[in-house]
Write a protein of this length. Structure first.
Length: 276
């Protein structure tokens, strides 16, 4: 059975001291989480987060990795460097890297292969733009991105990877990706992996996406964040701006969510997610 994972991408936020304080608050909040808990932080925070998370169930993640082992790549960090800093996971192919820093499907694959060769677990981001979705190319885009990212990996390496579906079309557009839409696309990703690498591999790989507002909003749960499994408002919420908020849980609100989903990948926020 796949082990659920929750991963928080802090982006370009937090000084080392702020990061230390935030992780110290997070440790007791997720100590009973029945899943892998990952914080993907700026490189300047590696040491502080590693120290603050010591002895807890929180894993250290990075936000990017270079595909070369060493060389004239000013400002970059190799997979071996990340590993030496205690990093276990690394985000690769995030939409912001694609948009602002020239990331391509080819460079994503090179980074993924460098990461797994060094013993890191890649969190591979895939997702379609608004015009691509409106043109009906969602399935084609995410299938291509996924298979390109996994090219050259062994079955066991793929099983150990994490794929994060980003509905890029819903970021900053005022649109919302419903969980039905997201889970449908996650199903497309899993089927693509199955066709290429077999059902055993597809069943093992973990796939995440960012939760949206509950379309079944009801009573006190309206307008709160929710889990895909039971429409439960979340607790805790962790924002890179620094606030940690405890939210009441309400059980039995809706029927279970579809089985493809393996946990949330959050753009700068972190919430506990029960097993899918």
């Amino acid at each position: 059975m796949r082990k659920p994972i929750i991963a928080g991408n802090w982006k370009m936020n937090k000084t080392p001291e702020e990061a230390r304080e935030l992780v110290a608050a997070l440790v007791p909040a997720v100590k009973d989480a029945d899943c892998d808990v990952v914080v993907c932080v700026p490189a300047t925070d590696f040491a502080a987060v590693k120290e603050a998370a010591q002895g807890s169930n929180i894993h250290l993640g990075a936000q990017n990795v270079h595909f070369a082992k060493s060389g004239a790549y000013t400002g970059e960090l190799s997979a071996d460097m990340l590993k030496a800093c205690g990093v276990e996971y690394v985000v690769i192919g995030h939409s912001e890297r694609r948009q602002y820093f020239g990331e391509t499907d080819k460079t994503v694959n090179l980074r993924v292969r460098a990461a797994v060769d060094a013993g890191l677990i890649p969190i591979i981001c895939v997702g379609e733009l608004k015009d691509e979705r409106e043109s009906g190319y969602t399935d084609t885009i995410v299938e291509y991105q996924t298979l390109m990212a996994l090219h050259g990996l062994t079955d066991e390496q793929i099983k150990n990877a994490v794929i994060a579906y980003e509905p890029v079309w819903a970021i900053g557009t005022g649109l919302t990706a419903t969980d039905e839409q997201a889970n449908e696309t996650i199903g497309v990703i899993r089927k693509a992996v199955a066709r290429k690498y077999g059902q055993d591999v597809a069943d093992a790989v973990r796939i995440q996406h960012e939760p949206q507002e509950c379309p079944r909003a009801h009573g006190a749960a309206r307008n709160r964040r929710w889990t895909h499994r039971r429409c439960q408002p979340q607790g805790p919420r962790l924002y890179p701006g620094g606030s940690l908020q405890q939210v009441t849980r309400e059980k039995g609100a809706a029927k279970p969510y579809a089985k493809n989903h393996d946990g949330p990948y959050h753009h700068g926020r972190f919430r506990h997610q029960p097993r899918s």
